[in-house]
Write a protein that binds this ligand. Structure first.
Ligand SMILES: Nc1ncnc2c1ncn2[C@@H]1O[C@H](COP(=O)(O)OP(=O)(O)OP(=O)(O)O)[C@@H](O)[C@H]1O
Length: 650
């Protein structure tokens, strides 16, 4: 490390010449906010060896197998290298640096959503272990770079559901609504409050994203590049709004930002510059310029200081340095910054305050603000709104009506005689195959499309997964069963399957049970294979395999595949429905379809003979029971598969 006489003073501002003073000052203020400190944070990831050449611009790479946990063929890439700093309540802290310098990675660690290898994170002097961090996550809002929502909801609905789920259950509805209104006003979203989120502009979506996180009145607000994609006026307004929020409500605001304007840069209370995962400067913005000047890298008059920093860190600067011509400005800045100075000061203050805080009664934070039942109720409500717009669309209704008519016309007014046995059976096989597959493919999309929103909401402690899962599956049920009912009402009577209402209701019941089975299989595949393309391939192969085993197409299944027939919901559905339909003797009509009729057009055969010919196995009750089992069992596996997924860094 080089000697750097002025770093200590500069990093904490000239009005606070040594860090310990500034921290003591914070202690008094921290009663109305959270002071977040991090010292020597280090994070590494394993990268496949074949990618080595591509990441050479990044942080140092440790030789394969050299470091702990590195596996053969993998290298460890350091993405945060002993980074230290702090962010105070009432201030806006900005982290900057070129793309890939580690800003998002640091935010992920500070938010408790991503593990780090070593280092200490502390709140108001109290070091955070994993348990503390989990509890505290509800007090930390993290506005990620991408705006993830249920896009069919209106802005108002989005904020209302978030308020319902995340504000204390003891609050009255009016109080929660008042909070929603306050957020709408704060973020100037009144004009678009009733618009669907998908219709909003980038800036408006960003504000909804921020509003969603601010609703819960968090103590610490982390924002990953909140101004990306916004024009400069909107960016300035947004940062001003965050500054007001920090000052008025003593919030700790931490954001990453790309090349702010000069005015914006100067307005931050503190900045951290990162390059290749290492800190190169931490302190007040105006002091950063003094620091650069002392190191012979002065910002030219009238030039945007933030741009100047970026030029130096990108290595694009035209400066030449007599003392170290072989080094780029970026390498020099990394070499010259002594992290230990700040880390040691932070350690001291954490130890001092930590001792005190163990004697004082700490405020307890619970991860969830609402009970399971309440979460379930709200999530059913939200999902009903969402699934109505996703499943119960005009196009889906028209589709069901049209397919009902097509089936009705093709099987129009069948007689109940020998010649129509195959047609009757094929009507049901078509019906089962179509609706089971339809629900399989529709429900398959449920988790992959909602995953990001759910992971994000769960990471901020909005609700339990079991409440979401049950709400999702029960709320979609009505919308999912109405469409097959529409189809059945039209086609059943047009095809004259039977004149009996009880047979109609029984066949509709079996059809709906098989729709639920298809839904369960779709949910299972969707929760285990998140990649849409791979998932669709898996589902197509599984669905066609099970359909082929459904008892209609392949009559003589190879003996070694006998077991697979027991997995086919198509077979159970088909075999459950045929005994209901063929419940009376079938008149012979001379068509010679059934050998027992012997080509005669008189007499009839018992239903059992027809069912035997159609290779129907087991009773209606058994087949319906198996359908019921297959409608439930895959859901359990799907739930546990979802539980195993966590919001990742990427
Ligand atoms: N899980 C991971 N696996 C492999 N590499 C990773 C992982 N997470 C981060 N990285 C790498 O670490 C480096 C820092 O990434 P990070 O997203 O933190 O940078 P950033 O400064 O936020 O970049 P940007 O400004 O482009 O968003 C990058 O080189 C990135 O590719």
């Amino acid at each position: 490390m080089s000697s750097q006489p002025s770093q200590t003073a500069l990093s904490f501002g000239d009005d606070e010449s040594i860090p310990i003073d500034s921290v003591k000052d914070d202690r008094d203020r921290s009663s109305s906010g959270l002071l977040l400190r991090w010292s020597r944070l280090r994070k590494t990831v394993l990268v496949q060896k074949s990618y080595d050449s591509r990441i050479s611009f990044g942080a140092p790479i440790i030789a394969p197998g050299a470091a702990n946990g590195a596996q053969r063929g993998n290298t460890k890439k350091v993405i945060l290298s002993d980074v230290s700093g702090f962010a105070r309540p009432g201030e806006v802290f900005a982290m900057m640096g070129p793309s890939g310098s580690g800003k998002t990675s640091l935010l992920n660690c500070l938010s408790g959503r991503s593990p780090y290898e070593s280092g200490v994170l502390s709140i108001n002097g109290k070091p955070l272990d994993q348990q503390n961090m989990k509890r505290l996550m509800a007090k930390i809002a993290y506005v990620k770079q991408t705006d993830i929502f249920f896009e069919h909801l209106t802005v108002y609905d989005q904020l209302f559901y978030t308020a319902s789920l995340r504000l204390p259950q003891t609050w009255s509805k009016e109080k929660k609504l008042a909070e929603v209104d306050r957020t709408i006003e704060l973020l100037r979203l009144s004009k678009v409050a009733d618009s669907e989120i998908r219709m909003l502009s980038g800036g408006e979506k960003k504000r909804v994203n921020i509003g969603t996180e601010l609703l819960t009145d968090p103590e610490i607000v982390l924002l990953d590049e909140p101004t990306s994609g916004l024009d400069s006026t909107t960016s300035v307004e947004l940062v001003k709004m965050l500054q007001q929020l920090a000052q008025k409500s003593q919030k700790t605001v931490i954001m990453s930002i790309h090349q702010p304007s000069s005015a914006l840069f100067q307005s931050f209370d503190r900045v951290l510059y990162l390059a290749g995962g290492s800190a190169v400067y931490f302190g007040k913005p105006k002091d950063s310029l003094v620091y650069l000047k002392e190191h012979g890298m002065s910002c030219p008059d009238g030039y945007n200081a933030a741009d100047h920093w970026m030029d130096l860190l990108d290595g694009l600067s035209s400066y030449t340095y007599a003392r170290s011509t072989s080094m780029t400005t970026r390498q020099r800045l990394i070499r010259d910054w002594d992290n230990e100075v700040i880390a040691k000061e932070l350690d001291t203050s954490v130890n001092e305050e930590g001792d005190k805080s163990t004697t004082s009664k700490n405020k307890e934070y619970s991860k969830y603000n609402t009970s399971w039942g309440f979460q379930y109720k709200i999530l059913v409500n939200r999902s009903l709104k969402n699934s109505r717009s996703a499943i119960f669309t005009p196009i889906n209704i028209i589709k069901s009506v049209l397919i009902g008519f097509v089936a009705g016309v093709l099987y129009f007014q069948m007689d109940y005689t020998e010649s129509s046995i195959q047609d009757r059976a094929s009507y049901f096989f078509f019906t089962m195959t179509y609706w089971v597959m339809d629900s399989m493919f529709q429900s398959f999309m449920t988790f992959p499309t909602e995953r990001d929103v759910v992971l994000k909401e769960r990471a901020s402690g909005s609700y339990r997964l079991s409440a979401y899962f049950l709400a999702k599956t029960t709320s979609e049920l009505p919308a999912r069963v109405i469409l097959p009912c529409v189809y059945m009402v039209i086609s059943f009577w047009m095809a004259s399957i039977s004149n009996s209402f009880s047979i109609f209701f029984a066949t509709v019941g079996i059809t709906l049970l098989s729709v639920m089975t298809g839904e369960a299989i779709g949910l299972l595949v969707g929760s285990t294979v998140y990649d849409m393309e791979k998932g669709q391939t898996v589902l197509t192969v599984v669905a066609l395999f099970l359909a082929l085993l459904g008892g209609f197409f392949v009559q003589n299944v190879p003996s070694w595949l006998d077991w697979a027939q027991y997995l086919s919901p198509f077979a159970y559905a088909f075999f459950a429905i045929l005994p209901i339909v063929f419940n009376e003797p079938i008149p012979c009509d001379g068509s010679d379809i059934i050998p027992q009729c012997g080509g005669s057009d008189t007499g009839s055969i018992a239903p059992e003979g027809v069912l035997e010919m159609l290779t129907v196995k087991n009773s209606v009750a058994f087949n319906a029971g198996m359908l019921f089992f297959f409608a439930l069992f895959p859901r359990f596996i799907a739930y546990f598969a979802l539980r195993a997924k966590k919001e990742g860094d990427r």
